[in-house]
Write a protein that binds this ligand. Structure first.
Ligand code: HH2
Length: 264
C-alpha cells in the first residue's frame, strides 16, 4: 500500500503533494513501483495535528482519487474518518475506507461501507491524534489492541459490513511508546490470529528515528526491516511511502518462503 498525503502538514511528506497534480503524479509513480493499493489522505494524523474540515478534506482527496481511478492501475483507498469524505471518495472510485478511528469518530461510516460493499481498514489508536503521544499506557499492549480490534470488527459486522471486507491494523505509533511499537511487532502473530488480513504501517515513523538516530527522510532501511518483520509474522498489507525498496525486500522474502519466483 503506497501512501499519498494531500496535506500541508503530514509528518514525512507534508506539503509535497498538496497540489492535486503532484499527488496524482506521486500515485502513478507508486503504482509503477509496484503498489497494489494507493491510500490517499487529506488530513494528517501525526501527533499534535489539527483537525481539517470535511469540505476541505474532500476537495483535497477527490480529484486525486478520480484521476487515479481513471488510470485503473491500483486499488484505491481513502484515509479518512468522515462519512462525507468517504462517500465522495467511493463515488470517485475508491474501494477501501481506511479509518484510523475504526468507526469510532463516525459510527455511520460503517453503514456507508456496508451499503457500498466496500472494504475497510480498522486501526487501533489510544486517545486522539492531538494528544495521543502524551504518556500512553497499557497493561498488555498486544492483548488490549487485539481485544479492541476484535470489538471493532464485531461492530462493523453488526452494522452490515461483510467480515471478509474488513482489514485490521494495530496502529503503530498511534498512542504508543517505542516499547509498545516493538512489542506489537514482536507479537504481531497474536493479531494475525484474529483471522483477518493485517495492515501494518511503520513507514518513516519516529520510533525508527529513535532506534537509528535517522531523520525522517533517512528511515527507509528501518522501514524495510520493520515491514519485513511484519510480513514474516503474517501481515499482508504494508503501508509505506517508499514502495520500490519495500517491494523488492518483500519479493525476496516471499520467494524464500515459497520457493517460487517469477521470471525477472
Ligand atoms: N499511519 C498514518 C496514517 N494512516 N493508516 C493505517 N491503516 N495505518 C497506519 O499505520 C497509518 C494510517 C500516519 O502516516 P502518514 O499518513 O504518512 O502521516 P500523516 O498522518 O501525518 O499524514
Amino acid at each position: 500500500m503506497g501512501v499519498i498525503n494531500v496535506t500541508p502538514d503530514s509528518f514525512s511528506d507534508g506539503g509535497r503533494f498538496l497540489d492535486a497534480r503532484a499527488a496524482t503524479a506521486q500515485g502513478r509513480r507508486l503504482a509503477a513501483e509496484g503498489a497494489a493499493i494507493l491510500d490517499v489522505g487529506g488530513e494528517s494524523t501525526r501527533p499534535g495535528a489539527e483537525p481539517v474540515a470535511a469540505d476541505q478534506e474532500r476537495e483535497r482527496v477527490v480529484p486525486v482519487i478520480a484521476a487515479l481511478a481513471a488510470d485503473g492501475v491500483a486499488r484505491l483507498s481513502v484515509d479518512t474518518s468522515k462519512v462525507e469524505v468517504a462517500r465522495a471518495a467511493l463515488d470517485a472510485g475508491a474501494g477501501l475506507v481506511n479509518d484510523v478511528t475504526a468507526f469510532r469518530s463516525a459510527p455511520d461510516l460503517a453503514g456507508l461501507v456496508a451499503d457500498r460493499g466496500a472494504e475497510c481498514c480498522l486501526m487501533h489508536m489510544q486517545g486522539e491524534p492531538r494528544t495521543m503521544q502524551r504518556d500512553p499506557r497499557y497493561d498488555d499492549v498486544v492483548a488490549e489492541v487485539k481485544a479492541f480490534l476484535e470489538a471493532r470488527l464485531a461492530f462493523a459486522v453488526g452494522e452490515g459490513v461483510a467480515e471478509e471486507r474488513v482489514l485490521l491494523d494495530p496502529g503503530i505509533g498511534f498512542g504508543k511508546t517505542i516499547d509498545h511499537n516493538l512489542e506489537l511487532l514482536r507479537r504481531l502473530g497474536e493479531i494475525v490470529a484474529l483471522g483477518r488480513p493485517v495492515v501494518v504501517g511503520t513507514s518513516r515513523k519516529s520510533f525508527l528515528g529513535r532506534l537509528t538516530g535517522r531523520g525522517v527522510d533517512e528511515r527507509v532501511p528501518g522501514t524495510i526491516a520493520s515491514s519485513l518483520i511484519a510480513f514474516q509474522a503474517g501481515a499482508t498489507v504494508l503501508r509505506v511511502h517508499d514502495v520500490a525498496p519495500v517491494r523488492d525486500a518483500l519479493l525476496v522474502a516471499a520467494a524464500v518462503r515459497s520457493g517460487a519466483h517469477g521470471p525477472r
